[in-house]
Ligand binder design. Sequence first.
Ligand SMILES: *[C@@H]1O[C@H](CO)[C@@H](O)[C@H](O)[C@H]1NC(C)=O
Ligand SMILES: *[C@@H]1O[C@H](CO)[C@@H](O)[C@H](O)[C@H]1NC(C)=O
Ligand SMILES: *[C@@H]1O[C@H](CO)[C@@H](O)[C@H](O)[C@H]1NC(C)=O
Ligand SMILES: *[C@@H]1O[C@H](CO)[C@@H](O)[C@H](O)[C@H]1NC(C)=O
Ligand SMILES: *[C@@H]1O[C@H](CO)[C@@H](O)[C@H](O)[C@H]1NC(C)=O
Ligand SMILES: *[C@@H]1O[C@H](CO)[C@@H](O)[C@H](O)[C@H]1NC(C)=O
Ligand SMILES: *[C@@H]1O[C@H](CO)[C@@H](O)[C@H](O)[C@H]1NC(C)=O
Length: 527
Amino acid sequence: MAPLRHLLPALTLGSVAHSAVLAQDQFQKRCESFADEIDTPNVKVNIVSYVSGSTNLTLDNVATCDQSVAVSSDVCRVAMAVTTSNASEITLEAWFPRDYAGRFISTGNGGLGGCIQYSDLSYTSGLGFATVGANNGHNGTSGEPFYKAPEVLEDFVYRSVHTGIVVGKQLTDLFYDEGYDKSYYLGCSTGGRQGFKLAQDFPGELDGIVAGAPAINFVGLLSWSAHFYPITGPVGSATYLSLDEWDLVHEEVLRQCDGLDGAEDGIIEDTDLCHPNATTLLCSPGEASDSCLTAAQVNTVHEIYAPLLSSNGTLIYPRMQPGGEQYAAPAMYNGQPFPYSKDWWRYVVYSDPNWNATKWTVKDAEAALRQNPYNIQTWNADLSPLRDAGSKLLTYHGLQDQLISSDDSKLYYHRLLETMGATSSQLDEFYRFFQISGMAHCQSGDGAYGIGNRAVSDYSTDPEDNVLMAMVRWVEEGVPPETIRGAKFSDGVGSEIEYYRKHCRYPRRNVYKGPGNYTDENAWECI
Ligand SMILES: *[C@@H]1O[C@H](CO)[C@@H](O)[C@H](O)[C@H]1NC(C)=O
Ligand SMILES: *[C@@H]1O[C@H](CO)[C@@H](O)[C@H](O)[C@H]1NC(C)=O
Ligand SMILES: *[C@@H]1O[C@H](CO)[C@@H](O)[C@H](O)[C@H]1NC(C)=O
Ligand SMILES: *[C@@H]1O[C@H](CO)[C@@H](O)[C@H](O)[C@H]1NC(C)=O
Ligand SMILES: *[C@@H]1O[C@H](CO)[C@@H](O)[C@H](O)[C@H]1NC(C)=O
Ligand SMILES: *[C@@H]1O[C@H](CO)[C@@H](O)[C@H](O)[C@H]1NC(C)=O
Ligand SMILES: *[C@@H]1O[C@H](CO)[C@@H](O)[C@H](O)[C@H]1NC(C)=O
């Protein structure tokens, strides 16, 4: 975890003096007596403990969630159960840092989880935020807890993250004499959807929301995730491609599309320009089959790059963006039904644990869309209440995302323009969307994916390089991000930086102008 030396003085706004006021043992004592002060309705405190920075904290958790977390700075940790109905409760953690910057933040979840993202709690409390994270109403990564449990489902759709914010703000006010100045949210994937849910249904609850790779159009997304299996068939079918064959497809996609942005660097900067045609890979008679594809496989590739339509021809979900084949093949085209989709139809749509996911068709998508429990779609494109409340939303999406197509974030952007009758510059006042080339799903990828959305070995807190600190600067100084500079790591774990690239805000796209190498961030221009 990055030490506090990364914090720039210019951004430690709010109550920087706090740490000086509280001597070490006083902070610890304050923490240890805090349990007696908590008298919040529906809240049952389980743990209040002082945890010093650099502690490897062991967690009492279900097997599929994190078992331990490296705590990056001194915090007062409060773990609670919060009742959300007569048949549901959330597990909520609040981490109050000693080096407090006067800001509150809520973190989000992933998949159908179920798991508190402790590494995010460590990251944002290390940046001086009073931080909360909840378990989204159930434990673990499966959708089984939704089975005949509408209250648990309601927590997952919106109530867990909202309740965590309401309770977290109260406790922050109680813990620090000065309370908090500004409130934020940071999440990706399901966490991205939670951020959009807060923006759509609780406008004004937060000053700044950073919501990446959002699982919005949620039922459409799970339908799209489900539709790959019927295309590929099981492993070994004539329509199935092996991982090696997907490598061939990836090379061909790059051959057709990499140079369209002006630089052949293995990174596609604008996937909208890329419409790969795999016919070029068709085996000629007698050609060794490990260097080419059969006609059935070529057809599979083309079906995967087509949008998912309903039986009356309306769009359910846009196409997979090309360029992320090596990430998507093992996750989505692996000859097995997608696990989250399987759980959704079994435990939510049909309440039938034996429902056979291999039989999924678009009729199942239509049944699920009609159901849309608690409006989990999260697809309302009128954000004028958010704008009018003075809140800001920053969203980003990796252009190699293997689990949620970045085309869906573009679709939502265009729906915002249309629904709100707004221009891009009007949206820019409160809503900014950055396409992150070379980023897979929320992390990793072939390009400059280090944007401070989560902790890696080395990260910058400069608002030019860090989506969260960019949001802080936007909210607190009125300076919105024009670009987000990403770091390309050469070691895969995020400590050795090979080059930087500035990512453009949509609908601008990045074009290589030269004269420097493509590794030179100034050789690129957003047009
Ligand atoms: C933290 O502790 C767990 C066991 O409690 C161990 O498995 C893990 O490797 C430790 N992590 C570090 C970074 O020391
Ligand atoms: C989730 O796990 C926590 C322990 O980490 C436990 O206290 C809580 O009761 C569990 N919640 C549910 C809904 O099972
Ligand atoms: C739980 O609350 C719902 C209304 O929110 C009510 O219909 C139901 O009867 C309650 N169940 C129990 C066991 O109290
Ligand atoms: C691919 O190219 C072939 C040959 O030029 C053409 O017949 C076919 O329609 C193209 N397919 C797609 C999906 O663009
Ligand atoms: C699910 O359906 C497939 C295809 O019809 C069949 O091969 C498989 O045995 C079924 N699985 C179960 C558990 O019924
Ligand atoms: C087409 O199908 C979609 C998805 O089932 C449905 O929402 C829509 O109302 C249908 N449109 C028409 C014109 O029937
Ligand atoms: C550009 O940078 C890459 C990566 O460092 C390097 O492999 C390549 O040789 C460089 N090209 C030029 C023309 O300097």
